[in-house]
Every structure is written in structure tokens, then in C-alpha cells.
Design a protein around this ligand. Structure first.
Ligand SMILES: Nc1ncnc2c1ncn2[C@@H]1O[C@H](COP(=O)(O)OP(=O)(O)OP(=O)(O)O)[C@@H](O)[C@H]1O
Length: 321
């Protein structure tokens, strides 16, 4: 009898990164404590979690900058550790401590980085323009503002046209307009089919940009799903806001469907799981002029999961990977 061994399926066409049961310990502290996840090709994948949750450690393991104690990691079908030089041209990495050639202008710096990857000056100019630094191209790196430097760090991660991009809090030092401009740059990168792994503390940003997010707490995944699914599954209450004083708080509390009524910053806030019913009741009482509704956001889910103590939630929303 002959036996046919079936080759393992080639998942590299659909999966950019696979992390299986990865652990990393520093002294007696588990920085990453048995994390498994898969990032799909072309996916905008967010990594969220409080300070010290293990995000940077996990990302550095994926990038091949740090060795896991145990578990397996595959990036674009290859192991990133020991330092895999074949992966470098295919990955773009922006970190919180990106290094610059400080005695160069922004343009010279980027052309130097492009040159390391055998890309030309035109690539440097294109990328400078895409992050809104054309006007600063002749400014020495050391004379750039914090936000401009951050944009140069992002440009340095993009200039060689990588298919997989790691960005670590890229909008941390950006003003609101630059932040929105960067969102457009990132959306364009995604629409070109690139995979983006995005660490951020801005939950609005994760909600606006990411296809899926993993919320890390204490080195473990507390939730992993699309922002929409996480918000829907959490069943967090909606809020109706009325100008304070329009209805006494006690009366508002007694409206059927209202879970809690409070006064916050000039508004009467009604928390409810039945916004339609409460809206109709408010309409009957005072009309709907000046009434605003706020649905639950990823921030509500995040705060519930991470809690004040930052301990892992007992019941993860999803462990899908
Ligand atoms: N090189 C190191 N040596 C010892 N402990 C470390 C080292 N790097 C990180 N840690 C510890 O591991 C834990 C996870 O840190 P990590 O930087 O991965 O968290 P993070 O989620 O990226 O946090 P932040 O949001 O503050 O950047 C923390 O308790 C941190 O103090």
C-alpha cells in the first residue's frame, strides 16, 4: 500500500504574518504570554493595549529585532529570526526611536535610505511629497520639528516600496491636520494591497483605519476582531445627550429603557440599550431639538477590557486569529 502525504497548504498567499503561541519573558515578567494571531495580506491590522501590555515586544519579534523565548513566527512565509536579510527589502519599519542621518537635509537623508535599498532619488522625492515634507526637503534633520521628524521616520519606512509596513504610534507627535493627512497616505498604501501593522493609543484612529485590531492586556490577547464586531459584541450602551435642565434627572432616570441618567458638562446624559424607545419618550416629553445620540465606540470596548487595573478580561470577546 502506498501512502500519500499531503503537503501542508501554502498559506503565504493569504497570510502575511503568523504568530503561534509566542512567549517572551524579561526576568520574572511575561512581556508576551502565549500570543497567537494571523495578519492577512493586504490587511490593516491594529495592535492596541495599555502601556507595558507587550505591543512593542511582540512587534519587534515580528520584525526580527528580538528573539522569542518560544513559539513560532512566520513573516511573508519566512522566519524573521535570526535576522533575515531577505525580508528587509520587503518590510518597512518605523519605530518610536527611528534613527536619522542628522547632518543631512530631509531629502538627503531619504535619498540615502532609498540608496541603501537601491532605489533612486525620485523615490525619495515622491515619498517626501506623500508625507507632506516637500517644503522642508532642504532643512537639516536636526532642525525639523518633532512632527516633521516623525513624518520623515514614516517616509524612511516607505521609501523602498515595502509590501509589509510596521508603524509604531506614527501619529504621536502630529498636529490634527497632519494626522488626518497621514490617514490618507495610509489608506492609499492599503488600497495598493500593502499589509500594515499599526500600533496606536488613538482608538478613533484604530476605528477609522483598521480592518481588525488585537487588544493586548498583560501580554495576552484580550480581544481580536474588526472594530465594528467588537463594538457590536460588547453591547455597550448608547448615549442620548440633552441640554441639562430640560428634564429633571430623576424624571429622566424613570424613563423606561434608561439605565442611567447623569449630568455631565452641561448635558443630561441618558445611557440606554434601547435608544429608539428612549428617543420616542424624550420626543413625547420635550421634543428632539438639541438632542444628540452617541453610539458605543471602540474606546468603550477598550476601556472595559483593559479596566483600571489593566488586568486581562475574564471573557475575551473573540479569540479569532
Ligand atoms: N528590554 C527589556 N528588558 C526588561 N523588560 C522589558 C524590556 N522591554 C520591555 N520590557 C517590559 O516588558 C513589558 C512589555 O513592554 P512593551 O514595551 O512591549 O510594552 P508596550 O505595550 O509596547 O508599552 P508602551 O505602550 O508603553 O509602548 C513591560 O513590563 C516592560 O517594562
Amino acid at each position: 500500500m502506498t501512502t500519500h502525504s499531503t503537503p501542508p497548504p501554502d498559506t503565504t498567499a493569504i497570510t502575511a504574518i503568523t504568530v503561534e503561541n509566542v512567549r517572551k519573558r524579561y526576568g520574572d515578567r511575561d512581556a508576551v504570554d502565549g500570543v497567537s494571531l494571523a495578519v492577512r495580506r493586504g490587511e490593516f491590522f491594529g495592535l492596541l493595549g495599555p502601556n507595558g501590555a507587550g505591543k512593542t515586544t511582540l512587534v519587534e519579534i515580528m520584525e526580527g529585532l528580538r528573539q522569542a523565548d518560544s513559539g513560532t513566527v512566520r513573516v511573508l512565509g519566512q522566519s524573521p529570526w535570526p535576522r533575515n536579510t531577505a525580508l528587509l527589502p520587503r518590510m518597512g519599519v518605523q519605530t518610536q526611536s527611528s534613527a536619522f542621518f542628522v547632518r543631512q537635509t530631509a531629502r538627503e537623508h531619504l535619498a540615502t535610505v532609498a540608496g541603501l535599498y537601491r532605489h533612486d532619488r525620485a523615490a525619495a522625492d515622491r515619498t517626501l511629497a506623500s508625507v507632506g515634507l516637500t517644503e522642508q526637503r532642504d532643512v537639516y534633520v536636526e532642525n525639523l520639528s518633532g512632527g516633521q521628524r516623525q513624518r520623515l521616520a514614516i517616509a524612511s519606512a516607505l521609501v523602498h516600496d515595502p509590501e509589509l509596513i510596521f508603524l509604531d504610534e506614527p501619529t504621536a507627535a502630529l498636529d490634527p491636520q497632519a494626522r488626518r493627512d497621514l490617514w490618507e497616505v495610509l489608506r492609499a498604501l492599503k488600497s495598493e494591497g500593502r499589509t500594515i501593522v499599526y500600533t496606536t493609543h488613538h482608538l478613533d484612529e484604530a476605528e477609522a483605519l483598521c480592518d481588525r485590531v488585537a487588544i493586548l492586556v498583560g501580554g495576552r490577547i484580550a480581544a481580536l476582531d474588526s472594530p465594528h464586531q467588537l463594538v457590536t459584541a460588547a453591547g455597550a450602551p448608547s448615549r442620548l445627550l440633552l441640554p441639562a435642565g430640560r428634564i429633571p434627572v430623576e424624571d429622566a432616570d424613570a424613563i423606561p429603557g434608561v439605565d442611567r441618567a447623569t449630568v455631565q458638562g452641561g448635558s443630561l446624559v441618558l445611557e440606554t440599550a434601547a435608544p429608539g424607545k428612549v428617543l420616542r419618550a424624550v420626543d413625547a416629553l420635550t421634543g428632539l431639538d438639541g438632542v444628540m445620540t452617541r453610539t458605543a465606540t471602540l474606546e468603550d470596548v477598550y476601556l472595559e477590557l483593559t479596566g483600571a487595573a489593566g488586568e486581562p478580561a475574564a471573557h475575551p470577546h473573540s479569540t479569532e486569529s
